[in-house]
Write a protein that binds this ligand. Structure first.
Ligand SMILES: [Zn+2]
Length: 140
């Protein structure tokens, strides 16, 4: 490897998510993409992952029988406290588990990387200086 190759900046690979809807899923907040119809009312558009969870979440989750029964009993306890839709969102997000938070954080990180990559390109093009780039990075 030559000296030049050793200092070549590594290309950041950011997943391309340009197809489908950019609206947020009303259940999880992630990008709708190619939405599914919610089983809740058969008209609200949800992301495909929430759609899958609605369809099979009770069967294919990490919950044991007692936890699953508690989720199914929640509507009794929450009646009058929140709307059936709000309750539905809690249950679907509970089934999805903490993995959802990680996915959202990853998406935000990829957006930030794309932003830095665009700024890096401006440095290469001579539009901003290295110092201005590091100033931007400290602000974020
Ligand atoms: Zn969703």
């Amino acid at each position: 490897m030559s000296e030049d190759e050793s200092i070549t900046p590594r290309k950041i690979l950011v997943p391309i998510k340009e197809l489908g809807s950019n609206k947020e899923c009303p259940i999880c907040g992630q990008r709708l993409g190619f939405p599914a119809l919610s089983r809740f009312d058969n008209e609200t558009e949800v992301c495909s992952e929430c759609g899958q969870i609605e369809g099979t979440g009770y069967l294919f989750s990490n919950f044991n029988d007692a936890q699953r029964e508690l989720l199914m009993e929640l509507p009794k306890f929450a009646a009058g406290v929140m709307t059936p839709w709000e309750l539905h969102c809690i249950i679907i997000n509970a089934i999805a588990g903490s993995r959802r938070g990680i996915a959202k954080k990853m998406e935000q990180s990829f957006d930030q990387l794309k932003h830095y990559e665009a700024l890096r390109a401006k440095v290469v093009a001579g539009e901003i200086t290295e110092k201005e780039l590091s100033k931007h990075m400290k602000q974020d």
